[in-house]
Design a protein around this ligand. Structure first.
Ligand code: HAM
Length: 423
């Protein structure tokens, strides 16, 4: 029997994993800069958590969740997104009582959605997300957006744009909802079955439909922007003012509704404008979710956050031909010739590593030439050669690969020599 990696998932091999490590390190740094702290939640949660928050009528909940019964007959779901679990943890761990509010959290974790496989859409993907919970100040919205953009900038992306909308508060949304029902109702039979059932349950979702995207009524649908009450409009204006002051440019898109139900007020996406990026151009999506903590039994704790997949970030870098710099060259490769030399090489290797020098050697009893080739491939800055004579005299022949120079160095002085040369 032959086994394959499950559809929509991928093995990340060493030729790629260094990029992941690099991006993850950079993300940790940026989050630290903004004082966001890491949270790790379980990979699965009670199914009801996602039904109540992401929403019963959304694609994610109706079509895409990996749901299973555990042996205690409880319905569990592999996490399709990170916000609901983080807010669950916020409530459960009474983070609302922590002295520093808002609580600013981030995660880099795999998410699972049973989606149709295509470029940029996976069934398991890794999402970097942030959640700032406890404040309803537009400045925190601006901060979250700035953080996401900083990550892309530091990764080397240039061709990106920020798209912004306001979904308003509950009152604005209710008025808009009624207008939508009125707009679509007379022609609802022309829409897909999903949209038909969305009409009464959640008409906003119709605007997000992938099937009926081109229907003329989509373009003429009442815009949420026109239904924003004064409070919602003031909030949105303030956010725009803060972004502008920070030199962050954006486009407004009244049709940006996002695919999850918990949003209100700010909604945003960061898209790749790079040619050749493919059909899916959204790199990052986020927004405000006042009311979510209450929805799952907590106190009032307004929040905002975003999620971005590392996979799409890598695709965007590729589309822009922006190369990450691979700085994992080996410091030193130890070439050994003969049994005694190999034993010595291993000793030397461990001394080097103990001193923080990245070192490797041959374990295949290969000839000198093959070992030198390995050293080249691994871009070793130094090569130490140990033969019979070197063992006897307790020395190594140390080659500086960039300069092409060679010198005999006492084995005990090797570490000192390399450190003195600054690796
Ligand atoms: P979302 O728009 O469902 O929002 O996903 C956010 C991001 O996750 C997308 O922009 C994309 O980068 C990535 N993503 C989603 N699905 C896939 C997939 N199948 N393959 C690869 N990447 C994917 C959320 O998940 C919200 N929890 C974001 C959020 C956090 N809102 C507030 N806080």
């Amino acid at each position: 029997m032959k086994f394959k990696v499950p559809r929509g998932t991928q093995d990340i091999l060493p030729s790629e994993s260094w990029k992941w490590q690099k991006l993850e390190r950079m993300i940790h740094e940026v989050c630290d800069l903004y004082r966001y702290e890491e949270i790790r939640t379980p990979m699965f949660e009670q199914t009801e958590l996602f039904q109540r928050t992401v929403g019963d009528t959304t694609d994610i909940v109706t079509k895409e969740m990996y749901t299973f019964k555990d042996r205690g007959d409880r319905s569990m779901t592999l996490r399709p997104e990170g916000t609901a679990p983080v807010v669950r943890s916020f409530v459960e761990n009474k983070m609302f009582g922590w002295p520093d509010q808002p609580v600013k959290l981030y995660y880099i974790e795999p998410m699972f959605r049973y989606e149709r496989q295509q470029a940029g859409r996976y069934r398991q993907f890794v999402q970097f997300g942030t959640e700032a919970i406890g404040s309803a100040d537009p400045a925190i919205d601006a901060e979250v957006i700035a953080l996401a953009l900083d990550v892309y900038k530091r990764a080397g992306l240039k061709d990106i744009k920020l798209v912004l909308n306001s979904l308003g508060d509950q009152v604005s949304r209710a008025a808009h909802r009624d207008a939508l029902v009125e707009h679509f109702k007379p022609s609802i039979s022309e829409f897909c079955a999903d949209c038909q059932s969305r009409l009464e349950k959640n008409p906003l979702r119709i605007l997000d439909c992938k099937v009926d995207r081109e229907h003329p009524l989509m373009k003429t649908a009442p815009s949420l922007t026109d239904y924003l009450n004064d409070e919602s409009r003031a909030y949105f204006d303030k956010l725009q003012q803060l972004l502008t002051a920070a030199g962050i440019s954006f486009e407004l898109d009244p049709n940006l509704v996002r695919g999850l139900d918990y949003y209100n007020h700010t909604a945003f996406e960061i898209m790749s404008a790079a040619e050749g990026f493919g059909a899916i151009t959204t790199l990052c999506g986020g927004g405000r979710y006042n009311g979510l903590a209450e929805e799952i039994g907590g106190p009032s704790a307004p929040g905002i956050g975003f999620g971005m997949s590392i996979e799409r970030l890598l695709l965007a870098l590729e589309a822009e031909s922006a190369e990450l710099e691979n700085d994992d060259a080996l410091d030193i490769y130890v070439v050994s010739l003969g049994e005694a030399a190999k034993d010595r090489a291993f000793e030397v290797l461990q001394t080097l590593r103990a001193a923080g020098i990245r070192a490797d050697m041959d374990y295949m009893d290969r000839k000198m030439k093959a070992q030198m080739k390995s050293a080249d491939r691994l871009r070793a800055k130094w090569v130490a050669v140990i033969g019979e004579e070197e063992v006897e005299r307790n020395i190594v022949q140390l080659k500086n690969m960039a300069e092409g120079t060679q010198q005999s160095v006492s084995a005990d002085e090797l570490v000192k020599n390399i450190l003195a040369a600054g690796n």
